[in-house]
Design a protein around this ligand. Structure first.
Ligand SMILES: *[C@@H]1O[C@H](CO)[C@@H](O)[C@H](O)[C@H]1NC(C)=O
Ligand SMILES: *[C@@H]1O[C@H](CO)[C@@H](O)[C@H](O)[C@H]1NC(C)=O
Ligand SMILES: *[C@@H]1O[C@H](CO)[C@@H](O)[C@H](O)[C@H]1NC(C)=O
Length: 205
């Protein structure tokens, strides 16, 4: 009995070779950014969004619009924010957060937020272009719902270790790495592939 099992395992090993990394392992990328920040705009518009067709095959992306903002509770049961690039950035962060929440896919969320980077007040037309229903997004941004979403992003951002000192702040596989941070601003696919599981097809070419 034992020898039959042993031969069986030996055969399976011979046919399939040494164990390979799981094909379904994915990389995570968390992007902490601000709606009116030029460096965030450049990263989304020139790096992340154009390379997304490749990156999306192995990346679980989270967009976290808050950056270097602060908040205090307000009388409506929501939050008032102060933002690095002024009050329009705070309303922008809320619009981004509502769009992310009401996007059925992260691809649509990235399309919507990238569009807003070049047209910060074009919520309706950016939603249409991303194939999103603007009604729940608009209701969210005009309600404490949107404030609460950004507040949650704020708590997460303020708890980062190490502390966020630049925006966009880019974290692969939940660990911030200085060289990944700066290299990503001009070569996101190269950095992503350095952080991807071994034998990720999109990185073998
Ligand atoms: C969003 O997707 C639409 C439809 O695919 C496309 O026409 C548009 O250029 C995209 N916008 C961005 C900013 O990627
Ligand atoms: C950061 O990433 C680079 C390139 O992948 C690597 O060589 C380096 O060891 C990493 N640094 C730390 C502290 O993990
Ligand atoms: C991008 O990063 C990859 C992987 O580290 C590297 O091989 C490639 O040369 C880089 N490309 C540029 C333009 O820096």
């Amino acid at each position: 009995m034992f020898s039959i099992l042993a031969i069986g395992f030996a055969l399976i090993y011979a046919i399939h070779g040494a164990p390979q990394p799981k094909a379904d392992e994915r990389m995570t990328l968390d992007v902490y950014y601000e709606s009116l920040c030029p460096d965030s705009r450049n990263f989304l518009v020139t790096q992340l969004n154009p390379n997304w067709p490749t990156l999306s095959t192995f990346t679980d992306l989270r967009l976290v619009p808050f950056g270097k903002a602060t908040f205090v509770p307000n009388a409506e049961g929501g939050w008032d924010f102060e933002c690095q690039h002024g009050p329009e950035e705070c309303t922008g962060n809320i619009l981004h957060a509502c769009g992310i929440k009401y996007s059925p896919s992260v691809t649509q969320a990235l399309n919507f937020t990238t569009c807003l980077m070049d047209a910060p007040t074009a919520g309706q037309s950016c939603a249409e272009s991303a194939g999103l229903d603007y009604t729940p997004i608009d209701a969210c941004q005009n309600n404490v719902e949107g404030q609460n979403l950004v507040h949650d992003y704020g708590v997460e951002t303020l708890n980062l270790d190490p502390t966020l000192t630049f925006v966009p702040w880019l974290i692969y596989n939940k660990v911030w790495n200085e060289s990944n941070q700066w290299e990503s601003l001009t070569n996101v696919t190269g950095v992503a592939c350095n952080n991807a599981p071994a034998n990720t097809p999109a990185c073998l070419a």
